[in-house]
Design a protein around this ligand. Structure first.
Ligand code: HEC
Ligand code: HEC
Ligand code: HEC
Ligand code: HEC
Ligand code: HEC
Ligand code: HEC
Ligand code: HEC
Length: 409
C-alpha cells in the first residue's frame, strides 16, 4: 500500500469514527429528529498550526504571493488609493466608479451624472498584487467580481479584465476561480447550479501549506502527541511523489484552462490531475499558449523539460518569495548547464562569466499576456501584464538588448 493510500485510509477511518460518534449522540439525544448533516469540510489545521514545529518555512511562506493571494478586504491588503483625485474610474458611457471608505468598510460606488446608482462593499481581495488585484463582493451566499480592478504596473484603478466598457457588478465567481486562489472553499449549492453558493465560514484563504501537503489536522495531532517521532506522518511529502504527481500539484493552477470532469476541490495534493480534468494531450503551438496561468504548458514544450527529469521545483523553492532574484534562478540553470560538462551557454566564450548573473532575461524573457490586459483611464488599447515565458529557448532580439546592457557594465 502506498503512502498516499495509507494517508487516505486513515482520514477516512477518522471521519467515519467522528460520524459514528455524532450519529450515536444524536440518536440518543433526540430521537426522530432530522438526519445528521455530514460536512465534507476536510480536516484542515491552518498554517498557524504549523508555525511551532516548522518555524522557518512558516516565516518565509507568509511572505509569498501564494499565501497572500486571497485575503479579507482590509486596509492592509487593498493596494489601490482611496485618496481624492486618485480614487475614480470613468467609463465611456459616462458612468463613474469611485473607491470610497465609509465608516470602517471600503466600497465601489457607481455614479451617473453625480447621482449614486449602485454601491457594493469590498469583501475579498484576490491577488497579492504583483500584477494586480481583483475584488469580490458577497451577495447572500454568492460572490461577484466588482467592475474595478487595481493594476499594479500603472499604480491605477482600471476596468476588470474581460469586462465590456461598462460598470458590471454581476459577474459571478465560480468554484474553479476559488480552487486556484484559495486552499478550500465549501460549495453549498447543488452540483451544476449557477451561480454557485459558498459557505462563508468555510473558506481557507490563500494557497496555504495544506493545498500542497494535504489537509493536515491529523498530522498536527499525531506529531503533537508523539514529539519523539521524527518521520512525519499523515502528510503529503512531495519528494516521495512521482514526477507527474509533482507537476500535477502545480498544474492544477498553473496548467491553463482545464475542463473539469469532477466538482472543484476534488483534486488534492498527490492526486493525478487527469482523474478530475479532461487533459488535452494534443501538442499545442507554443504561440497559442498564454504566458498567464499556463507555465506548465510552456515548460513542457521546452527542450530542458523534455531532455531531463525537471519539475517546477528544479527552479522554484515555493516556500520562499524569490521574486526578482535572477541570480539565484541562474544558479539553478547552472546546476544542469555546467561549463565543465560542456553544456554551457554558447555565448559564454564571448561574454564570459557575466552571463552567469542572468540567464533569465535572454532565455525566459517577459512577454505580454493576452488574457490579463486592462483598459487604463482614457485609453482605447488594452495594456497587458508582462510575464516570464516558461518556453525556455533562444530569443535573438532579447539577446541583443541584454548583450547591450551587459557590455555597458
Ligand atoms: C508538533 C510538531 C509539528 C506540527 C505542529 C506540524 N508538524 Fe509537520 N512535521 C513534524 C515532524 C517532527 C516531521 C518529521 C520531520 C521533518 O520532516 O521535519 C514533520 C514533517 C512534515 C512534512 C514532511 C517533510 C518531508 O519529510 O518531506 C511536511 C510536508 C509537514 N510536516 C507539514 C506540516 C504542516 C503543513 C503543518 C501544519 C498544518 C505541520 N507540518 C505541523 C512536526 C510537526
Ligand atoms: C491552488 C492553486 C495553486 C497551486 C496548487 C500552486 N500555485 Fe503557484 N500560484 C497560484 C496563484 C493564484 C498565484 C498568484 C499569486 C498572486 O500573486 O496573487 C501563484 C503564483 C506563483 C508564483 C509566482 C510568485 C511570485 O512571487 O509572483 C510561482 C513561482 C508559483 N506560483 C509556483 C508554483 C509551484 C512551483 C507550484 C507547485 C509546487 C504552485 N505554484 C502551486 C496558484 C497556485
Ligand atoms: C486555473 C487556475 C486559475 C483560475 C481559474 C483563476 N486564476 Fe487568477 N491566477 C492564477 C495564477 C496561476 C496566477 C498567477 C500566475 C500567472 O499570472 O500566470 C493568477 C493571477 C491572478 C491575479 C493577479 C495576481 C497578482 O498578484 O498579480 C488576479 C487578480 C487573479 N488571478 C484573479 C482571478 C479571478 C478573479 C479569477 C476568477 C474569476 C481567477 N483569477 C481565476 C490562476 C487562476
Ligand atoms: C505551493 C506549494 C507548497 C506550499 C504552499 C507549501 N509547500 Fe512545503 N513543500 C512543497 C514542495 C514542492 C516541497 C518539496 C520540495 C523539493 O522537492 O525540493 C515541499 C517540502 C516541504 C517540507 C520538507 C522539506 C523541507 O523543506 O524541509 C516541509 C517540512 C514542508 N514542505 C512544510 C511546509 C509548510 C509548513 C508549509 C506552510 C507554512 C508549506 N510547506 C507550504 C510545496 C509547498
Ligand atoms: C534539470 C536540468 C535543467 C535545468 C535546471 C535547466 N536546463 Fe536547460 N536544458 C537541459 C537539457 C537536458 C537540455 C537539452 C540539452 C541537449 O539537447 O543537449 C537543455 C536545453 C537548454 C537550451 C537549448 C534550448 C533549445 O531549444 O535549443 C537552453 C537555451 C537552456 N537549456 C537554457 C536553460 C536556462 C536558461 C535554464 C534556467 C532558467 C535551464 N536551461 C535550466 C536541462 C536543464
Ligand atoms: C545575452 C543573452 C544570453 C545570456 C545572458 C545567456 N544566454 Fe544562453 N544563449 C544565448 C544565445 C543567443 C544562444 C544561441 C547561441 C548560438 O546558437 O550561437 C544561447 C545558447 C544557449 C544554450 C544552447 C547551447 C547549445 O548547445 O545549443 C544553452 C544551454 C544556454 N544558452 C544556457 C544558458 C545559461 C545556463 C545561461 C546563464 C548561465 C545563459 N545561457 C545565458 C543567449 C544568452
Ligand atoms: C528552468 C527554471 C524554471 C522552471 C523549471 C520553472 N520556472 Fe517558473 N520561473 C522561473 C524564473 C526564472 C521566473 C522569473 C522569476 C522572476 O522574474 O522573479 C519564474 C517565474 C514564475 C512565475 C511568475 C511569473 C511572472 O512573470 O510573474 C510563475 C507563476 C512560475 N514561475 C510558475 C512555475 C511553474 C508552475 C513551474 C512548473 C510547471 C515553473 N514555474 C517551472 C524559472 C523556472
Amino acid at each position: 500500500m502506498s503512502g498516499m493510500d495509507k494517508y487516505r485510509r486513515s482520514i477516512i477511518t477518522m471521519v467515519t469514527i467522528v460520524m459514528m460518534v455524532a450519529l450515536l449522540t444524536k440518536c440518543i439525544g433526540r430521537q426522530n429528529q432530522e438526519e445528521v448533516k455530514t460536512s465534507d469540510w476536510p480536516e484542515f489545521a491552518g498554517s498557524a498550526a504549523c508555525e511551532g514545529c516548522h518555524k522557518d518555512i512558516y516565516a518565509a511562506h507568509i511572505k509569498t504571493a501564494h499565501f497572500l493571494t486571497t485575503k479579507p478586504a482590509t486596509e492592509t491588503y487593498i493596494k489601490g488609493s482611496f485618496a481624492a483625485g486618485k480614487n475614480k474610474f470613468l467609463f465611456n458611457n459616462g458612468m463613474e466608479v469611485a473607491m470610497e471608505k465609509r465608516n470602517d468598510s471600503f466600497y465601489q460606488v457607481a455614479y451617473l451624472n453625480g447621482i449614486e446608482k449602485k454601491i457594493r462593499r469590498f469583501d475579498i481581495v484576490i491577488g497579492s498584487g504583483t500584477k494586480g488585484q481583483s475584488f469580490l463582493n458577497w451577495k447572500g451566499n454568492r460572490l461577484f467580481q466588482m467592475p474595478i480592478t487595481y493594476f499594479t504596473a500603472a499604480d491605477q484603478w482600471s476596468n476588470s479584465p474581460g469586462y465590456p466598457g461598462k460598470a458590471a457588478f454581476d459577474r459571478p465567481i465560480t468554484s474553479r476561480c476559488m480552487e486556484c486562489h484559495t486552499t478550500y472553499a465549501e460549495v453549498i449549492s447543488p452540483i451544476g447550479k449557477e451561480p454557485e453558493a459558498f459557505d462563508r465560514n468555510k473558506i481557507l484563504y490563500g494557497v496555504d501549506c495544506e493545498k500542497c501537503h494535504g489537509p493536515a489536522a491529523l498530522h498536527v495531532e499525531f506529531q503533537t502527541k508523539n514529539p519523539l517521532d521524527t518521520t512525519g506522518k499523515y502528510i503529503v511529502k512531495p519528494e516521495q511523489l512521482s514526477r507527474q504527481q509533482n507537476l500535477d500539484l502545480c498544474a492544477l493552477c498553473h496548467g491553463g484552462r482545464l475542463v473539469k470532469t469532477s466538482p472543484s476541490f476534488s483534486f488534492t495534493a498527490g492526486d493525478t490531475l487527469s482523474k478530475y480534468f479532461a487533459i488535452d494531450t494534443s501538442r499545442k503551438n507554443v504561440a497559442d499558449i498564454d504566458v498567464h496561468g499556463n507555465q506548465y504548458g510552456l515548460l513542457a514544450s521546452s527542450k530542458c523539460f523534455n531532455k531531463s527529469q525537471m519539475t517546477c521545483s528544479s527552479c522554484h523553492n515555493t516556500h520562499e518569495n524569490e521574486k526578482g532574484k535572477l541570480e539565484v534562478f541562474s544558479q539553478r540553470c547552472l546546476s544542469c548547464h555546467k561549463q565543465e560538462d560542456g553544456k554551457q551557454c554558447k555565448l559564454f566564450a564571448k561574454l564570459g562569466p557575466v552571463i552567469n548573473k542572468d540567464c533569465i532575461d535572454c532565455h525566459m524573457p517577459k512577454q505580454a499576456s493576452r488574457s490579463i490586459a486592462v483598459f487604463l483611464q482614457g485609453e482605447n488599447i488594452p495594456t497587458p501584464a508582462l510575464l516570464r515565458t516558461h518556453f525556455i529557448s533562444i530569443y535573438p532580439e532579447e539577446t541583443k538588448k541584454v548583450q547591450g546592457k551587459m557590455a555597458k557594465k
